[in-house]
Ligand binder design. Structure first.
Ligand code: NAI
Length: 572
C-alpha cells in the first residue's frame, strides 16, 4: 500500500483550452501536498465520500474512514434526492443542500444539474429569500469573501486571503435590496452564493472560478440591528462619499487581484445601483443583473408572447408598474430592441410608460430620478394603475414594484377587455411580493392572458385547459452572458450583448411551448440554452473588438469543451 500523494487531480480528463473553465485546483495557493485521510474527506472540492474507489481508499489513507461499500455517483444522487424530498420545509431542503455543497461540491453540482427544475426554487428564488431573512440564524459555514467598512484602506489585503488566483466571475452585493424583501444587510450573502451556484449549474463555469462577495456597509434594517444573531456590522449604512470611496477601493483591488474578472452587481439599492453601473460599465467588465439581466429575460418573454399573439414589439404599448432598477433596465433594452426594428429612439421611448409609488411618471412631475426621465411623457397625472390602464390602453403591463396584489381583478379585466391577449408579467420576487398570481391573471382575463412571473407558479387549469405560466427567471440569462464574457475575455458587457441574449433565449421557445402557453424554454434545457447565449454574446465581443483573446477557430465547440462537468476524477 502506498501513501504517496497522487498528482493534483481534476486536470486529468479536463479539457485544456484557453477558456480553461474546468477550474483546476492547481490554482489553489498554499496547498502543497494532496490531502489524505480525514483531511481529504473534509475537503469539499476533492471529497467523493462513499464513491472513493478501493484503490483510492488504500492509496489515500481512507480505509476504515468510510463504510465498506463503494457507491457510484448515481447512487449518491439517489440518496441525496431521497433526503431532500424527505424534508418537510423548503428551508430545510435549502439547509441540506448547502450542507452537501460544504461536504462534496462535485456531488452537489451533479444533483443540482440533474434536478434543476425541482431545486432551482430552493437554491434560488423563492426559498433563497427566506434563507437570507434567516441567514444569521441558520449560518453554518462561511462561503466567499466578506469585506466590511472596517476594511477600508486594506481591501487588497482581504482579497489576498482568497486562496484561488484564477477567479473569473464575482457576484457582489451590499444587501440593500434583496429580491423584493428590502435591506437584509450582510444576510444578503445568500444571493451571490446562490447566483454563482447557478453559474456552475446552468452554464458550467467551474466553482473555483467563482467568488461571492458581500460588502458589509451596515444595514438600516432595525430588526436586524436588534437581532443578537445578525452576522453583519451592527450599525447604519455607510452612505455618500464614504460609500463611493469604499466601493472604488473594492473595484481597484479586484482589478489588481483578478485582472479581467467579470463583476456582477446584485441587489444594490437603486440609488447606488444606477450610479455604480454608470460609473464602471465603460471602464471595467461589469453588469447589473437586476437592471440588465432582468431586462433581457423580460424582452425574451415579450418576444415569445408577441409571437403567440401576433404583431411586432414596436406595435406594443407597455406600462411598467414600478420604476426602479428592473423597470429602467427593461425600458432601456426594449427601446434598444425597437430601434433594431426601425423605430427612432424617441418613438420607441414614447411606447414605454412607467409608474412609481406616486403614480404615472409624467413630464410635469418635478424631481424625477435620472433613470425615469426618458419615459416621462406629456400626460395628465394619473395616480392609480386602473386609471392608467383605462387611459393608455396598454397591450402589456409589467410589474416590478414588490407591491403584492397591485394587479387587481379590475386591472386584469380591463386589460382583457382592451386586448384579445393581454400580456401580464408580474415580476416581483419572492412569490409573496408578486403583483398577481398566475391563477388571478388567467381567471380575471378569462384565460386570455399571456402570463409570466418572477418566482415560479404552478400550472393553472382554466375552463378545462391547462395553462403554463412562464417564469421570467434571470437564470436564463446571466449564466450564459457571463460565460460568453468570460470565454471571450471581454473588456465590457454591453447592451447589445443583452439584446442578443434575449433574442437567443426567445428563439429557443418552440411552437409546441407556445401552444401550451409557455413563453420560456423548459428549465430542463437551460444548459443548452446558456451555451447558445454564451456563443452569441462571445460573438458580439469578438465582432465589436471587445474580446481580449484571439477568436478560437470553432467558438461553439471550444466553449462546449471547456465547461465544468460534475464528474469525479481518479486520484490514483
Ligand atoms: P427597486 O427598489 O429599484 O424598484 C421598485 C420600484 O417600485 C420603485 O420605482 C418604486 O417607486 C416602485 N413602487 C413602490 N411602491 C409602488 C406602488 N405602490 N406603486 C407603483 N410603484 C411602486 O426594485 P427593482 O430592482 O426594480 O425590483 C422590483 C421587483 O422586481 C422586486 O420584487 C424584484 O425581486 C423583482 N425583480 C424580478 C426579476 C425577475 O423576475 N426576473 C428580476 C429583478 C427584479
Amino acid at each position: 500500500m502506498t501513501q504517496n500523494p497522487p498528482p493534483a487531480p481534476v486536470l486529468r480528463g479536463a479539457p485544456a483550452t484557453n477558456g480553461h473553465l474546468s477550474g483546476a485546483p492547481m490554482h489553489v495557493r498554499g496547498t502543497t501536498a494532496f490531502p489524505i485521510g480525514q483531511e481529504l474527506l473534509r475537503n469539499p472540492t476533492l471529497n467523493k465520500g462513499t464513491a472513493f474507489t478501493e484503490e483510492e481508499r488504500d492509496a489515500l489513507g481512507l480505509r476504515g474512514l468510510l463504510p465498506a461499500r463503494v457507491d457510484t455517483q448515481d447512487l449518491q444522487v439517489l440518496r441525496v434526492m431521497d433526503n431532500v424530498r424527505s424534508k418537510t420545509t423548503d428551508l430545510e431542503q435549502y439547509n441540506y443542500l448547502i450542507g452537501l455543497q460544504d461536504r462534496n461540491q462535485t456531488l452537489f453540482y451533479r444533483v443540482l444539474m440533474d434536478n434543476l427544475t425541482e431545486l432551482m426554487p430552493i437554491i434560488y428564488t423563492p426559498t433563497i429569500g427566506l434563507a437570507c431573512q434567516e441567514y444569521g440564524h441558520i449560518f453554518r459555514r462561511s462561503r466567499g469573501i466578506y469585506i466590511s467598512d472596517r476594511d477600508r484602506g486594506s481591501i487588497a489585503k482581504v482579497l489576498a486571503n482568497w486562496p484561488v488566483d484564477d477567479v473569473r466571475v464575482i457576484v457582489v452585493t451590499d444587501g440593500e435590496r434583496i429580491l423584493g424583501l428590502g435591506d437584509l444587510g450582510a444576510n444578503g450573502m445568500g444571493i451571490p452564493v446562490g447566483k454563482l451556484s447557478l453559474y456552475t449549474a446552468c452554464a458550467g463555469v467551474a466553482p473555483s472560478l467563482c467568488l461571492p462577495v458581500m460588502l458589509d456597509v451596515g444595514t438600516d434594517n432595525q430588526a436586524l440591528l436588534d437581532d443578537p444573531l445578525y452576522l453583519g456590522l451592527p450599525h447604519r449604512r455607510l452612505r455618500g462619499a464614504e460609500y463611493d470611496a469604499f466601493f472604488d477601493e473594492f473595484m481597484v483591488a479586484v482589478r489588481d487581484r483578478f485582472p479581467g474578472v467579470l463583476v456582477q452587481l446584485e441587489d444594490f439599492g437603486n440609488a447606488n445601483a444606477f450610479r455604480l453601473l454608470e460609473k464602471y460599465e465603460d471602464n471595467a467588465c461589469v453588469f447589473n443583473d437586476d437592471i440588465q439581466g432582468t431586462a433581457a429575460v423580460s424582452l425574451a418573454g415579450l418576444y415569445s408572447a408577441i409571437r403567440a399573439i401576433g404583431g411586432r414589439l414596436s406595435d406594443q404599448t407597455i406600462v411598467l408598474y414600478g420604476a426602479g432598477e428592473a423597470a429602467a433596465g427593461i425600458c432601456g433594452l426594449i427601446s434598444h430592441a425597437m430601434q433594431h426594428e426601425g423605430l427612432s429612439e424617441s418613438d420607441a421611448r414614447a411606447r414605454l410608460w412607467m409608474m412609481d409609488s406616486k403614480g404615472l411618471v409624467v413630464k410635469s412631475r418635478s424631481g424625477l430620478a435620472h433613470h425615469k426621465l426618458p419615459y416621462a411623457h406629456d400626460h395628465a397625472p394619473l395616480l392609480d394603475l386602473l386609471s392608467v390602464v383605462k387611459d393608455l390602453k396598454p397591450t402589456a403591463i409589467v410589474g416590478a414594484s414588490s407591491q403584492t396584489g397591485a394587479f387587481t381583478p379590475e386591472v386584469i379585466q380591463i386589460m382583457a377587455a382592451n386586448n384579445d391577449r393581454p400580456i401580464i408579467f408580474s415580476l416581483s420576487n419572492p412569490t409573496s411580493q408578486s403583483e398577481c398570481t398566475a391563477e388571478e391573471a388567467y381567471t380575471h382575463s378569462n384565460g386570455k392572458a399571456v402570463f409570466a412571473s418572477g418566482s415560479p407558479f404552478p400550472n393553472v387549469t382554466y375552463d378545462g385547459q391547462v395553462l403554463h405560466p412562464g417564469q421570467a427567471n434571470n437564470a436564463y440569462i446571466f449564466p450564459g452572458v457571463g460565460l460568453g464574457t468570460i470565454v471571450s475575455r471581454a473588456k465590457h458587457v454591453t447592451k447589445e450583448m443583452f439584446y442578443v441574449a434575449a433574442r437567443t433565449l426567445a428563439d429557443e421557445v418552440c411552437d409546441a411551448d407556445l401552444a401550451l402557453g409557455r413563453i420560456f424554454p423548459s428549465l430542463e434545457r437551460i444548459r443548452e440554452v446558456s451555451l447558445k447565449i454564451a456563443i452569441a454574446v462571445a460573438r458580439v465581443a469578438f465582432d465589436t473588438g471587445l474580446a481580449t483573446i484571439p477568436e478560437p477557430e470553432d467558438l461553439g465547440s471550444t466553449i462546449a469543451a471547456a465547461v465544468y462537468k460534475p464528474e469525479y476524477h481518479s486520484y490514483v
